[in-house]
Design a binder for this molecule. Structure first.
Ligand code: FAD
Length: 424
């Protein structure tokens, strides 16, 4: 039996998160600047309030100062937090820190956790994840990874270039992916790679520039980084040498889904704003919402949000019950990223000129959400993964049960023609 009801304690958490975002976070949105982001002092205060409300670091184990929620519980809380772009920041569950905290919890040594995870959970520092490289390095295709790390005595020396590294400016440390050996890893399509914890004040790890971008209000921007003879000790290796791509999956599958959870909150708020406007604004003798074309936009958005939410809940359940959810998170990520873009766009259209003003958050949402169809795997790559899985399953069925094209068995004359090589 499928049960979609929320337990009383989860319902309470949902309502408390919603109230916190409404009362404390949304009023602060006016300080979110499209060029300079959100003032650090104001974020500190919001975090203090979130902690006082018992809503801090929901995804982290209680042992490390978090609330210890599972993925299904997170999907409820993150969506509510996501009603504002500042909500996840206030609760300290925004990207890329949230994914990095998860990875550190799973893979780091006790000493690394004390040094990096604890201050990250407490909100004292920020972090970044450095994987993507400028051409001809790794982008959608990780096998093109060029950044290398070689042993020198008891140290490692890293060299390479990275770009679009979110949050790098002002971060305390980076988790940096580098090729550590020639030859093949477990997956023959990928080189061996490892992850390194690099302090941002390492002189070999230099931010070249903050890349001007559509969504400039992310804390720390998206940065280009030059890594030149960057020396780190053996203790900087995160997990085992050569397991970098495996850990990237440990980080990416849940992080993909938590992105969806947060962005779903943006979609829901956009629809709420559009519906309010459609109820109150009149044109040609009736409210906007009574015009069929506006009603259709509202209905489509509500339906797609509902479908997106159920996909997130299901993928969360797969992860909670021990699955890797690669297939489910690919489908969910593609659908949610495209849905949120459509929903925000429709909301902006319904609100007319008011939609593009900075009086409403829609213009900021519109600028910010576009990139979600690219990062954590562009839609095209996820569609490739999904199609590959479907085709593989079909091939397996054909192998075990014999290939009988649908309908062909009932048309022996056609299959007979095919057998004779005459085509269908
Ligand atoms: C806002 C933002 C934040 C980011 N933050 C980080 C970060 O913190 N750390 C980090 O390491 N990276 C980050 N990235 C990089 C992100 O992970 C990459 O953008 C993503 O992996 C795609 O790589 P690429 O941009 O190099 O695209 P490319 O590899 O240059 O591909 C360009 C386009 O080609 C198409 N394409 C590529 N391959 C195929 C294919 N096989 N089939 C069909 N179409 C294809 C897709 O449409 C794709 O968008 C961020 C990106 C953005 C936009």
């Amino acid at each position: 039996m499928i049960d979609f009801s929320l337990s009383p304690s989860l319902m309470d958490l949902k309502e408390r998160t919603a109230a916190f975002v409404r009362e404390y976070v949304i009023p602060e949105e006016r300080y979110l600047d499209e060029h300079t982001g959100f003032p650090a002092e104001k974020l500190k205060e919001l975090r203090r309030q979130a902690r006082a409300a018992g809503l801090f670091a929901p995804h982290v184990e209680e042992e490390w100062g978090g609330m210890g929620l599972n993925m299904r519980e997170m999907s409820i809380v993150f969506e509510e937090a996501g009603h504002s772009l500042l909500g996840p920041l206030a609760l300290n569950c925004s990207a890329p820190d949230e994914g990095n905290m998860h990875l550190l919890e799973m893979v780091a040594t006790q000493a690394q956790k004390e040094r990096y995870l604890r201050p990250l959970v407490e909100g004292e520092i920020r972090s970044c994840f450095a994987m993507t490289e400028p051409p001809p390095g790794a982008g959608t295709d990780p096998s093109l990874l060029r950044t290398s790390a070689v042993r020198r005595g008891s140290d490692w020396v890293i060299n390479g270039d990275k770009w679009y590294i979110t949050g790098a400016e002002g971060a305390g440390f980076a988790i940096c992916m580098a090729r550590t050996e020639d030859g093949q890893g477990q997956d023959s399509r990928q080189p061996r790679a490892s992850m390194f914890l690099v302090d941002m004040d390492n002189p070999g790890f230099q931010i070249v520039r903050k890349i001007p971008s559509l969504d400039a209000d992310f804390a720390g921007g998206h940065c280009e980084i030059a890594i030149r003879d960057c020396v780190v000790p053996e203790e900087a290796v995160l997990g085992a040498v050569g397991e970098g791509f495996k850990y990237a999956q440990v980080r990416l599958a849940p992080a993909r889904l938590t992105h969806c959870m947060r962005w779903l909150g943006v979609a829901q708020r956009s629809l709420d704003i559009a519906a309010q406007y459609a109820n109150t604004r009149e044109s040609f003798g009736q409210s906007l919402g009574k015009h069929q074309m506006v009603a259709e936009m509202i209905a489509d958005s509500a339906t797609e949000i509902h479908a997106a939410r159920l996909m997130i809940w299901h993928a969360a359940w797969v992860l909670d019950t021990g699955g890797n959810a690669k297939y489910e998170t690919s489908m969910t990520k593609t659908y949610v990223a495209e849905t949120v873009n459509r929903v925000v766009d429709r909301a902006l259209q319904i609100c007319g000129s008011h939609g593009i003003s900075m009086d409403l958050p829609l213009a900021t949402f519109y600028r910010s959400v576009r990139a979600f169809r690219i990062y954590d795997g562009p839609s095209e790559i996820h569609r490739t993964v999904i199609a590959r899985q479907v085709l593989k399953s079909a091939a397996q069925v054909a192998q075990t049960e014999g290939f009988v094209p649908e309908g062909a068995a009932t048309r022996p004359e056609t299959t007979e023609a095919a057998r004779r090589g005459e085509g269908l």
